[in-house]
Design a protein around this ligand. Structure first.
Ligand code: DAH
Length: 339
Protein backbone atom coordinates (compact mmCIF):
# COMPACT_ATOMS: atom_id res chain seq x y z
CA UNK A 1 0.00 0.00 0.00
CA UNK A 2 2.78 2.38 0.92
CA UNK A 3 4.46 1.60 -2.40
CA UNK A 4 1.28 2.29 -4.29
CA UNK A 5 0.87 5.61 -2.50
CA UNK A 6 4.43 6.59 -3.34
CA UNK A 7 3.93 5.56 -6.95
CA UNK A 8 0.80 7.71 -7.31
CA UNK A 9 2.51 10.61 -5.56
CA UNK A 10 5.38 10.54 -8.07
CA UNK A 11 2.98 10.26 -10.99
CA UNK A 12 0.87 13.21 -9.80
CA UNK A 13 3.86 15.41 -9.12
CA UNK A 14 5.16 14.72 -12.61
CA UNK A 15 1.77 15.21 -14.22
CA UNK A 16 1.80 17.41 -17.32
CA UNK A 17 -1.14 18.33 -19.49
CA UNK A 18 -1.68 20.17 -22.74
CA UNK A 19 -5.41 20.67 -22.72
CA UNK A 20 -8.30 21.24 -20.37
CA UNK A 21 -9.64 17.80 -21.38
CA UNK A 22 -6.47 16.14 -20.11
CA UNK A 23 -6.90 17.82 -16.74
CA UNK A 24 -10.41 16.44 -16.54
CA UNK A 25 -9.11 12.97 -17.49
CA UNK A 26 -6.50 13.14 -14.71
CA UNK A 27 -9.17 14.23 -12.22
CA UNK A 28 -11.28 11.24 -13.16
CA UNK A 29 -8.26 8.92 -13.05
CA UNK A 30 -7.25 9.91 -9.52
CA UNK A 31 -10.07 11.61 -7.73
CA UNK A 32 -13.42 10.39 -9.06
CA UNK A 33 -15.44 7.83 -7.09
CA UNK A 34 -13.74 4.98 -8.89
CA UNK A 35 -10.44 6.82 -9.24
CA UNK A 36 -7.17 5.34 -7.97
CA UNK A 37 -7.02 7.39 -4.79
CA UNK A 38 -10.62 6.61 -3.93
CA UNK A 39 -9.91 2.89 -4.42
CA UNK A 40 -7.00 3.14 -1.97
CA UNK A 41 -9.39 4.74 0.54
CA UNK A 42 -11.67 1.70 0.03
CA UNK A 43 -8.75 -0.64 0.69
CA UNK A 44 -7.92 1.29 3.84
CA UNK A 45 -10.36 -0.96 5.73
CA UNK A 46 -7.99 -3.90 5.26
CA UNK A 47 -4.91 -2.10 6.67
CA UNK A 48 -3.74 -3.58 10.01
CA UNK A 49 -4.57 -1.35 12.96
CA UNK A 50 -0.95 -0.57 13.87
CA UNK A 51 -0.35 0.90 10.35
CA UNK A 52 -3.66 2.77 10.07
CA UNK A 53 -2.28 6.00 11.52
CA UNK A 54 0.73 6.22 9.21
CA UNK A 55 -1.08 5.09 6.07
CA UNK A 56 -4.15 7.22 6.79
CA UNK A 57 -1.97 10.30 7.05
CA UNK A 58 -0.15 9.47 3.79
CA UNK A 59 -3.43 8.80 1.99
CA UNK A 60 -4.83 12.16 3.08
CA UNK A 61 -1.65 13.90 1.95
CA UNK A 62 -1.92 12.17 -1.43
CA UNK A 63 -5.50 13.29 -1.87
CA UNK A 64 -4.62 16.89 -0.99
CA UNK A 65 -1.67 16.78 -3.36
CA UNK A 66 -3.84 15.53 -6.23
CA UNK A 67 -6.61 18.07 -5.58
CA UNK A 68 -4.14 20.97 -5.38
CA UNK A 69 -2.31 19.86 -8.48
CA UNK A 70 -5.49 19.56 -10.55
CA UNK A 71 -6.76 22.94 -9.32
CA UNK A 72 -3.51 24.70 -10.06
CA UNK A 73 -3.30 23.14 -13.52
CA UNK A 74 -6.85 24.28 -14.20
CA UNK A 75 -6.11 27.79 -13.01
CA UNK A 76 -2.95 28.16 -15.06
CA UNK A 77 -4.75 26.81 -18.07
CA UNK A 78 -7.67 29.25 -17.74
CA UNK A 79 -5.28 32.18 -17.27
CA UNK A 80 -3.28 31.36 -20.30
CA UNK A 81 -6.29 30.63 -22.48
CA UNK A 82 -7.78 34.03 -21.55
CA UNK A 83 -4.68 36.06 -21.99
CA UNK A 84 -2.66 34.58 -24.75
CA UNK A 85 -3.88 31.25 -26.06
CA UNK A 86 -5.25 31.75 -29.53
CA UNK A 87 -4.49 35.46 -29.46
CA UNK A 88 -3.58 36.74 -32.89
CA UNK A 89 -2.16 40.22 -32.60
CA UNK A 90 -2.15 40.69 -36.37
CA UNK A 91 -5.90 40.29 -36.70
CA UNK A 92 -7.97 43.39 -37.54
CA UNK A 93 -10.28 44.38 -34.71
CA UNK A 94 -13.82 43.09 -34.70
CA UNK A 95 -16.30 45.62 -36.08
CA UNK A 96 -18.55 47.13 -33.44
CA UNK A 97 -21.90 48.76 -34.05
CA UNK A 98 -21.97 52.50 -33.79
CA UNK A 99 -25.24 54.19 -32.85
CA UNK A 100 -26.93 56.66 -35.16
CA UNK A 101 -28.06 60.24 -34.69
CA UNK A 102 -31.78 60.55 -34.02
CA UNK A 103 -33.63 62.01 -37.03
CA UNK A 104 -35.01 64.82 -34.87
CA UNK A 105 -31.48 65.71 -33.76
CA UNK A 106 -30.31 65.71 -37.37
CA UNK A 107 -33.09 68.08 -38.39
CA UNK A 108 -32.60 70.28 -35.34
CA UNK A 109 -28.87 70.56 -36.04
CA UNK A 110 -29.59 71.51 -39.63
CA UNK A 111 -32.09 74.21 -38.64
CA UNK A 112 -29.57 75.58 -36.14
CA UNK A 113 -26.81 75.53 -38.71
CA UNK A 114 -28.89 77.42 -41.30
CA UNK A 115 -29.91 80.16 -38.89
CA UNK A 116 -26.45 80.44 -37.39
CA UNK A 117 -25.27 81.41 -40.87
CA UNK A 118 -27.69 84.36 -40.57
CA UNK A 119 -26.17 85.35 -37.24
CA UNK A 120 -28.65 83.69 -34.88
CA UNK A 121 -27.46 82.24 -31.59
CA UNK A 122 -29.12 79.54 -29.50
CA UNK A 123 -31.20 80.34 -26.44
CA UNK A 124 -32.84 77.79 -24.18
CA UNK A 125 -35.42 77.93 -21.43
CA UNK A 126 -37.10 75.62 -18.92
CA UNK A 127 -39.73 73.04 -19.89
CA UNK A 128 -41.56 73.57 -16.61
CA UNK A 129 -42.67 77.16 -16.97
CA UNK A 130 -44.98 79.73 -15.44
CA UNK A 131 -48.09 81.22 -16.94
CA UNK A 132 -46.37 84.59 -17.49
CA UNK A 133 -43.72 83.32 -19.90
CA UNK A 134 -45.93 80.87 -21.80
CA UNK A 135 -49.09 82.97 -22.04
CA UNK A 136 -49.48 86.33 -20.30
CA UNK A 137 -46.31 88.04 -21.52
CA UNK A 138 -47.15 86.82 -25.03
CA UNK A 139 -50.43 88.67 -25.14
CA UNK A 140 -52.74 85.69 -24.54
CA UNK A 141 -56.05 86.97 -23.17
CA UNK A 142 -57.03 85.57 -19.78
CA UNK A 143 -59.73 83.44 -21.38
CA UNK A 144 -57.67 82.26 -24.36
CA UNK A 145 -58.55 78.62 -25.12
CA UNK A 146 -54.86 77.55 -25.29
CA UNK A 147 -54.68 77.98 -21.51
CA UNK A 148 -57.42 75.42 -21.16
CA UNK A 149 -56.86 72.21 -19.23
CA UNK A 150 -57.46 70.34 -22.46
CA UNK A 151 -54.33 71.76 -24.03
CA UNK A 152 -51.99 72.47 -21.19
CA UNK A 153 -50.46 70.16 -18.61
CA UNK A 154 -50.49 71.91 -15.26
CA UNK A 155 -48.21 70.86 -12.43
CA UNK A 156 -50.07 69.74 -9.33
CA UNK A 157 -53.26 71.64 -10.19
CA UNK A 158 -51.41 74.91 -9.82
CA UNK A 159 -52.69 77.13 -12.66
CA UNK A 160 -49.44 79.09 -12.61
CA UNK A 161 -46.94 76.24 -13.10
CA UNK A 162 -47.18 74.25 -16.30
CA UNK A 163 -45.32 72.38 -19.01
CA UNK A 164 -44.63 74.84 -21.81
CA UNK A 165 -46.92 74.37 -24.80
CA UNK A 166 -44.56 76.19 -27.16
CA UNK A 167 -40.98 77.46 -27.22
CA UNK A 168 -42.25 81.04 -27.64
CA UNK A 169 -41.81 81.21 -23.84
CA UNK A 170 -38.05 81.49 -24.43
CA UNK A 171 -38.67 84.71 -26.42
CA UNK A 172 -40.05 86.54 -23.41
CA UNK A 173 -37.38 85.11 -21.10
CA UNK A 174 -34.62 86.43 -23.37
CA UNK A 175 -36.28 89.81 -24.01
CA UNK A 176 -36.73 90.33 -20.26
CA UNK A 177 -33.00 90.43 -19.66
CA UNK A 178 -31.53 91.47 -23.02
CA UNK A 179 -31.90 94.69 -24.95
CA UNK A 180 -31.87 94.54 -28.78
CA UNK A 181 -30.32 93.65 -31.09
CA UNK A 182 -31.62 90.15 -30.33
CA UNK A 183 -31.31 87.36 -32.85
CA UNK A 184 -31.99 83.95 -31.33
CA UNK A 185 -33.33 80.54 -32.13
CA UNK A 186 -34.71 78.39 -29.35
CA UNK A 187 -34.93 74.65 -29.92
CA UNK A 188 -36.70 72.55 -27.33
CA UNK A 189 -39.38 70.12 -26.25
CA UNK A 190 -42.96 71.21 -25.72
CA UNK A 191 -46.01 69.48 -24.24
CA UNK A 192 -49.70 69.46 -25.08
CA UNK A 193 -52.51 67.46 -23.64
CA UNK A 194 -53.43 65.68 -26.88
CA UNK A 195 -54.66 62.18 -27.56
CA UNK A 196 -51.69 60.28 -29.00
CA UNK A 197 -52.16 59.19 -32.60
CA UNK A 198 -50.12 58.87 -35.77
CA UNK A 199 -50.25 62.65 -36.23
CA UNK A 200 -50.33 64.04 -32.69
CA UNK A 201 -48.33 63.41 -29.56
CA UNK A 202 -48.42 64.80 -26.04
CA UNK A 203 -44.86 66.02 -26.49
CA UNK A 204 -42.98 67.21 -29.53
CA UNK A 205 -40.22 69.63 -30.48
CA UNK A 206 -40.11 73.15 -31.80
CA UNK A 207 -37.62 75.75 -32.88
CA UNK A 208 -38.59 79.31 -32.14
CA UNK A 209 -36.89 82.24 -33.82
CA UNK A 210 -36.80 85.89 -32.79
CA UNK A 211 -35.16 88.93 -34.32
CA UNK A 212 -35.61 92.34 -32.65
CA UNK A 213 -33.77 95.49 -33.62
CA UNK A 214 -34.39 99.01 -34.93
CA UNK A 215 -36.21 98.99 -38.27
CA UNK A 216 -36.90 95.26 -38.64
CA UNK A 217 -39.65 94.82 -41.24
CA UNK A 218 -41.92 92.17 -42.69
CA UNK A 219 -39.61 92.07 -45.74
CA UNK A 220 -36.77 90.90 -43.47
CA UNK A 221 -39.02 88.18 -42.12
CA UNK A 222 -39.93 87.02 -45.58
CA UNK A 223 -36.39 87.00 -46.90
CA UNK A 224 -34.95 85.19 -43.87
CA UNK A 225 -37.58 82.48 -44.06
CA UNK A 226 -37.15 82.06 -47.80
CA UNK A 227 -33.42 81.62 -47.22
CA UNK A 228 -34.20 78.99 -44.59
CA UNK A 229 -36.65 77.13 -46.84
CA UNK A 230 -34.22 77.00 -49.75
CA UNK A 231 -31.30 75.84 -47.60
CA UNK A 232 -33.47 73.19 -46.01
CA UNK A 233 -35.51 71.93 -48.95
CA UNK A 234 -33.49 72.91 -52.01
CA UNK A 235 -32.88 76.04 -54.13
CA UNK A 236 -36.06 75.69 -56.21
CA UNK A 237 -38.34 75.82 -53.17
CA UNK A 238 -41.07 78.45 -53.38
CA UNK A 239 -42.82 79.98 -50.41
CA UNK A 240 -46.12 81.68 -49.74
CA UNK A 241 -47.48 83.39 -46.66
CA UNK A 242 -51.11 83.09 -45.64
CA UNK A 243 -52.61 85.60 -43.19
CA UNK A 244 -53.19 83.98 -39.81
CA UNK A 245 -53.59 84.83 -36.16
CA UNK A 246 -51.28 84.40 -33.16
CA UNK A 247 -51.72 86.48 -29.99
CA UNK A 248 -48.04 87.43 -29.93
CA UNK A 249 -47.60 88.61 -33.53
CA UNK A 250 -49.33 91.26 -35.60
CA UNK A 251 -49.63 90.77 -38.49
CA UNK A 252 -49.33 86.97 -38.35
CA UNK A 253 -48.88 84.46 -41.12
CA UNK A 254 -48.55 80.81 -41.83
CA UNK A 255 -45.83 79.85 -44.24
CA UNK A 256 -46.22 77.18 -46.90
CA UNK A 257 -43.56 75.80 -49.20
CA UNK A 258 -44.09 74.22 -52.59
CA UNK A 259 -44.62 70.47 -52.26
CA UNK A 260 -41.38 68.85 -53.36
CA UNK A 261 -43.03 65.47 -53.87
CA UNK A 262 -45.16 66.62 -56.81
CA UNK A 263 -43.27 69.81 -57.62
CA UNK A 264 -46.39 71.86 -56.88
CA UNK A 265 -48.69 69.97 -59.25
CA UNK A 266 -50.76 68.47 -56.46
CA UNK A 267 -50.58 65.03 -54.82
CA UNK A 268 -51.89 63.13 -51.82
CA UNK A 269 -49.13 64.47 -49.59
CA UNK A 270 -50.04 68.13 -50.20
CA UNK A 271 -53.76 67.31 -50.33
CA UNK A 272 -53.72 68.33 -54.00
CA UNK A 273 -52.92 71.96 -53.22
CA UNK A 274 -49.26 71.95 -54.31
CA UNK A 275 -48.32 73.55 -50.96
CA UNK A 276 -47.40 72.24 -47.51
CA UNK A 277 -47.44 74.26 -44.31
CA UNK A 278 -44.14 74.53 -42.45
CA UNK A 279 -44.35 77.21 -39.79
CA UNK A 280 -46.10 80.15 -38.14
CA UNK A 281 -44.60 83.63 -38.06
CA UNK A 282 -45.29 87.33 -37.77
CA UNK A 283 -44.14 90.72 -36.54
CA UNK A 284 -43.76 90.71 -32.77
CA UNK A 285 -46.83 92.40 -31.30
CA UNK A 286 -45.81 95.73 -29.65
CA UNK A 287 -47.67 94.58 -26.51
CA UNK A 288 -45.20 91.69 -26.21
CA UNK A 289 -42.17 93.96 -26.59
CA UNK A 290 -43.51 96.33 -23.95
CA UNK A 291 -44.45 93.49 -21.58
CA UNK A 292 -40.85 92.27 -21.74
CA UNK A 293 -39.26 95.67 -21.18
CA UNK A 294 -38.37 96.56 -24.77
CA UNK A 295 -39.57 99.93 -26.07
CA UNK A 296 -41.93 99.16 -28.96
CA UNK A 297 -41.65 102.75 -30.21
CA UNK A 298 -37.95 102.25 -30.84
CA UNK A 299 -37.71 98.60 -31.77
CA UNK A 300 -39.59 96.15 -33.94
CA UNK A 301 -39.05 92.46 -34.61
CA UNK A 302 -40.26 89.29 -36.18
CA UNK A 303 -40.73 85.82 -34.78
CA UNK A 304 -41.42 82.38 -36.13
CA UNK A 305 -42.01 78.93 -34.73
CA UNK A 306 -41.81 75.54 -36.38
CA UNK A 307 -42.29 71.94 -35.31
CA UNK A 308 -39.15 69.84 -35.73
CA UNK A 309 -41.25 66.70 -36.30
CA UNK A 310 -43.11 68.55 -39.04
CA UNK A 311 -39.89 69.51 -40.84
CA UNK A 312 -38.48 65.98 -40.34
CA UNK A 313 -41.69 64.61 -41.80
CA UNK A 314 -41.36 66.78 -44.88
CA UNK A 315 -37.76 65.71 -45.33
CA UNK A 316 -38.10 62.01 -44.52
CA UNK A 317 -41.84 61.32 -45.01
CA UNK A 318 -42.32 59.57 -41.72
CA UNK A 319 -45.94 58.50 -41.77
CA UNK A 320 -46.39 57.93 -38.05
CA UNK A 321 -45.23 60.60 -35.63
CA UNK A 322 -44.97 58.05 -32.84
CA UNK A 323 -41.94 56.50 -34.55
CA UNK A 324 -39.88 59.47 -33.39
CA UNK A 325 -40.27 58.57 -29.74
CA UNK A 326 -40.36 54.77 -29.79
CA UNK A 327 -36.62 54.22 -30.16
CA UNK A 328 -37.06 51.32 -32.54
CA UNK A 329 -33.51 50.65 -33.71
CA UNK A 330 -34.74 49.51 -37.16
CA UNK A 331 -36.31 52.94 -37.67
CA UNK A 332 -33.37 54.87 -36.25
CA UNK A 333 -30.86 53.00 -38.41
CA UNK A 334 -32.59 54.24 -41.54
CA UNK A 335 -31.02 57.64 -40.91
CA UNK A 336 -27.48 56.31 -40.80
CA UNK A 337 -26.50 57.88 -44.08
CA UNK A 338 -28.11 61.29 -43.45
CA UNK A 339 -25.44 63.69 -42.23
N1 DAH B 1 -45.94 79.29 -30.83
C1 DAH B 1 -46.66 78.87 -32.00
C2 DAH B 1 -47.18 77.48 -31.82
O1 DAH B 1 -46.77 76.81 -30.95
C3 DAH B 1 -45.77 78.90 -33.21
C4 DAH B 1 -45.42 80.29 -33.59
C5 DAH B 1 -46.21 80.96 -34.48
C6 DAH B 1 -44.31 80.90 -33.05
C7 DAH B 1 -45.92 82.26 -34.86
C8 DAH B 1 -44.00 82.23 -33.42
C9 DAH B 1 -44.82 82.88 -34.33
O2 DAH B 1 -42.94 82.86 -32.94
O3 DAH B 1 -44.48 84.12 -34.69
O4 DAH B 1 -48.02 77.06 -32.55
Amino acid sequence: MLNKIQELKDAIEALQVSSIEEIEAARIKYLSKKGEISLLFNDFRTVPNELKREIGQKLNELKTLATDKINSLKASFEDSSDASAGLDLTRTSAPYTIGTRHPLSLVKEEIISIFSRLGYTIAEGPEVEDDWHVFSSLNFAADHPARDMQDTFFIQRNPDILLRTHTSSVQSRVMEHTQPPIRIICPGRVYRNEAISYRAHCFFHQVEGLYVDKGVTFADLKQSLLYFAREMFGPDTKMRLRPSYFPFTEPSAEMDISCDLCGGKGCNFCKHTGWVEILGCGMVDPNVLDACGIDSKVYSGFAFGMGIERIANLKFRVKDLRMFSENDVRFLEEFKSVH
